[in-house]
Every structure is written in C-alpha cells, then in structure tokens.
Design a protein around this ligand. Structure first.
Ligand SMILES: Cc1ncc(COP(=O)(O)O)c(C=O)c1O
Length: 506
C-alpha cells in the first residue's frame, strides 16, 4: 500500500464485515454452539488421542491468506473432538462444570462490545454491573450485602490478591516502596494441609515464601485442627516470626471439607490475623439450605474467594474476591505513579471508581455480564436447586460406595465431592484383619491398582475421575458440579470402574 493516504473516506484494509457476512457468520457459529450443547452428553468425555496427534491434521502454518468460513467451522468441529468435555454428565474430574447457554452467549456479547472494565470512566455500565454482581455474590453466600470486591480470572488470582491485601494490611512497614527485604520479621500464613496450592503459590509470588505458609495437619474429617493452629501461631511468635493471616477452606479441593469458620475467626481476632476464606469451589453450596450451617462464621471473614465458573455454572473465567474493608484493598494496590490512570473526577464518587486500585489487572474483560445474565435468566432459586442436587448426587455416590463390597469410602462426603477406592474381591476382609505392616502392603497394591483404574477410565472416554492423595492413600475422586448429571450416571460410573478392574485383571 502507498505511504500516502488519499482523502477518499474509504479504507483499503477494512476488517469490518457487511451485515450479510455477519449474519452468515453468526448463524453458522451459533448453530455450531447449539449443536454442541445438544450433543455434549453423547460425546466421549475424553478424546481417544495422545499429545501431538490431537491437532496434527489441522493447518498449523501461519495463515497468510484468509480461508473460507466453512473450512474454519469444520476445523472447529475437529477441535471439539479433541477436548475433554466438562459439560458431559460423567465428567467428575477436578472442579469443572458445564457452561450454561445464557452464560456462553453473554460472553459473545461481552466480546462483541469489547469493553475494557478498568474503571467507571472507561466502562460506566459494565463497571456498575460488576459492582452489582459482586454485591449479589456477597449476599448470596451470606457474607455481606455490602461486600466490595472484583471479578478475577479465577480462584488462584482471587487468593493471590487476597494474600497481597492481607500482607499489606497487617504491616506498618512501607513494603510497597522499600521492598520486603528491608522490612520487619518474616511474616507467616496459616492453613490446613488440605489448602489449595494457590495459597503457597501466592506466598511465593509475593516474596513471603512457600515455607512461611504453615500447614496445620487436618483432623479425621480433613478440617483444620484449631488447637494445632493455636500452638503453631504461639510457637512462631515465640521464635520471632510475625503471623499475619489464616486461610480457612470452605470446601477443600480434595474432599470438599469445610474448616470450622467461627472458631478460626475467634483465633484470628485474638492474634490480629487477617481471616481469608477460600470458597473458590465450595462457597456457592451455602445456597443449599441443608448445608448452610456448615458455613456459619463465613460472614466474619476479612475476605472470601469464590469461583462462579466452578459451581455457578458460568463459563470460565469468572473468579471473584470479596472483601469487607475497601480502604485496605485500595491501600494495597493504588498507585500514584502513572499520570495516564489519574482519575480527574471527585474522589470517592462512583465516577472515580477504578478496578485497578483493587487488583492486579489493568485491562479486564466484561466478566460480570455472564454472571449477571445467568442469574437473571434462571433466578437464584433454580441455580440453588441445581447445586443442591449435585450435593445429593455426591451423597448418593457415597452411599453406593459404602454399601458395596468392592468399594471403600476414603473421606466423608461434605458437599459434592466423593473420594473412594476400588477393592478387589476379598480385600475388605483382608484389610479388616491385617496387622499395620500387612495393611501398608495391601494399601500400596491398592494405590497402584486404583491409579491404573483411574487412567483406564479416563482413557476409556465414558467417564472421567481425577485423584486425591488422602493420608498417603490414592483415592478416586468424583466432583459433581454438573446440572446434567443424574443418579443413572453415578451407577454407570461405578460399573465402568468395575469393568476397568475386570479388564485389568484379565
Ligand atoms: C478450593 C480451591 N481454591 C482455589 C482454586 C483455584 O481456582 P482457579 O482454578 O479458578 O484458579 C481451586 C480450584 O479447583 C479450588 O478448588
């Protein structure tokens, strides 16, 4: 193209499409999406593929010229064949839920608007929707109707932001300017040994150090042992460390256990610790009336993480950090250094509000729209019913496992996670009469067998389980956060495991 631009009013390089082209594109793309929603229950949960060949047949050269839409959609269908389907009713691995159609289409709207939710001045309505959604989430889980906070990429990011706010709130040193190495005694975080790895990662990133996360051995129900917590805090004070934060889990990633929130809150108050609750997976279960009492004390936290993309069935990415003290969060993140972010509105007005003062990201997607639309489309009652049914299905799985001769439950089912293992014929009797030494040998064999079974089930494509290590033992782990799962899927999954065991034996 010539260097000189002629004042013709027309561009030579317009990437815009005509209305007819947009109509064609959108109708074909939505029919692909609709087809997917209709078919997801019948697809293999995991593809019959290995690293490399998964997309080897797709074009991998950098495309210089544009290609026909038809070809691109054919390739998108190939990609669909190469993924694990989190929406499949027998996908029980990790914490992965299906996206609701309203949430998925909301993401399309958000991308089309391409609004950058940095601050009110860049995105007035989107900023206000996000602040509204944050309040909804806070009141929905019984935290606070006046909660402040922000949406994040996920629970790990929410936990990182929380640890940063806590760290800065609990020191008088100017770490922000002086750097950590010029300030006071080493600061310590406390959590149970079941805490999600994102807390250690946050401690690492923030320069606190992974070893400064004191993991307290959990009790028989995988809950934080408050007596042991107290002893560790006292010991650390005695040797000159500075305890500053305790993290409780409201739904651990391994078993779904909830720590005793009220007791931990009392201890946090006594030792002036920031009280953070990681509810990335479990917090939405507060919507299930039958589980509400487990969340007693949640309203006393300084901050709470939760993921709408886990158990509120909203498409990834939809994490959230809630906090009570907006000034503490602002103090941790606000920067005076860049002129281009100076807000020239009256301070403390809604117009002056900027998310960059409360978190890490500057450019931010309009994440709130998919939560807002999902909630408004279904209403909370319907979403709560889906969560409650997930809990009932996990309890049903736990009951089936307990009643069977060839399975053993390895952890209490608190919410929607069930951890168990397969036992070959005769193992139950052998285990019950074995000495400690014999038991260790049997356990090792069972670990190896159950590892093989999990891989066989995953590769078989009919169901997908992940694993947890509980008291050193390998557990098959099923997490049910899926509005498509039924009791028949639970029955079938147990049969799939039994069949894998027969194959392993044969
Ligand atoms: C309890 C808990 N915390 C934090 C996380 C991290 O969340 P994300 O994957 O959204 O970063 C998870 C993920 O499973 C989790 O279960």
């Amino acid at each position: 193209m010539s260097e000189t631009v002629k004042a013709t009013g027309a561009r030579q390089s317009d990437l815009g499409l005509s209305r007819a082209e947009i109509d064609l594109l959108s109708s074909q793309v939505t029919s692909l999406v609709n087809e997917y929603f209709a078919a997801v229950s019948d697809l293999p949960v995991f593809p019959q593929t290995f690293g490399g060949p998964t997309i080897a047949h797709l074009e991998s050269r950098l495309p210089v010229a544009g290609e026909p839409l038809e070809k691109l959609l054919t390739d998108c269908r190939e990609i669909i064949k190469g993924i694990r389907h989190n929406g499949h009713p027998r996908q029980f691995g990790y914490v992965a839920s299906p996206a609701t159609p309203p949430g998925a289409f909301a993401d399309l709207i958000a991308s089309a608007l391409n609004v950058n939710v940095t601050a009110w001045r860049s995105a007035p309505a989107a900023t206000e929707i996000e602040r509204t959604v944050v309040r909804w989430l806070g009141s929905m889980i019984g935290y606070s109707e006046k909660a402040h906070g922000l949406l994040t990429s996920g629970g790990s990011m929410a936990n990182l932001i929380a640890m940063h706010i806590a760290h800065r709130a609990k020191t008088k040193d100017d770490i922000s300017r002086q750097g950590l190495w010029n300030c006071g005694p080493p600061m310590t975080i406390y959590a149970s040994d079941q805490v999600h790895m994102s807390i250690q990662k946050a401690a690492d990133i923030l320069g606190i150090g992974r070893n400064r996360v004191r993991t307290i051995e959990s009790d028989a129900r995988f809950q934080l042992n408050v007596r042991a917590l107290r002893e560790q805090v006292q010991e650390d004070l005695r040797i000159g460390l500075k305890p500053f934060c305790v993290v409780a889990s409201a739904g651990t990633v391994n078993t779904g256990a909830l720590d005793p929130l009220n007791e931990i809150s009392d201890l946090a108050a006594e030792f002036d610790l920031w009280f953070h609750i990681d509810g990335a997976y479990g917090a939405p279960a507060a919507l299930d009336e039958r589980k509400r009492s487990l969340f007693a004390g949640l309203n006393r936290a300084d901050s709470v993480s939760l993921d709408a993309h886990k158990w509120l069935y909203v498409p990834i990415d939809a994490g959230c950090l809630l906090f009570r003290d907006q000034a503490a969060a602002r103090q941790a993140f606000a920067s005076e250094e860049a002129d281009y972010i100076k807000v020239l509105e009256q301070p403390d007005t809604d117009e002056a509000f900027a998310f960059w003062d409360y978190g890490i990201e500057l450019s931010r997607r309009f994440r709130a729209l998919k939560i807002w639309l999902t909630f408004r489309y279904y209403g909370l009652t319907r979403i709560a019913a889906a969560i409650s049914e997930d809990n009932s299905l996990a309890a049903y799985l736990g009951q089936c496992v307990e009643e069977a001769d060839d399975f053993e439950l390895l952890a209490p089912v608190e919410l929607s996670i069930c951890c168990f293992r397969y036992l070959p014929k005769g193992s139950k009797t052998k285990l019950s009469s074995a000495s400690a030494g014999e038991r260790a040998g049997i356990d090792e064999e069972l670990d190896a067998l159950n590892t093989r079974l999990m891989l066989a089930v995953q590769r078989g494509g009919q169901a997908y389980l992940s694993n947890a290590t509980l008291r050193g033992r390998f557990a098959l782990r099923a997490c049910i956060t899926n509005f498509r799962t039924t009791a028949a899927d639970i029955d079938k999954t147990l049969e799939i495991i039994r069949e894998a065991a027969r194959q392993a034996k044969g």
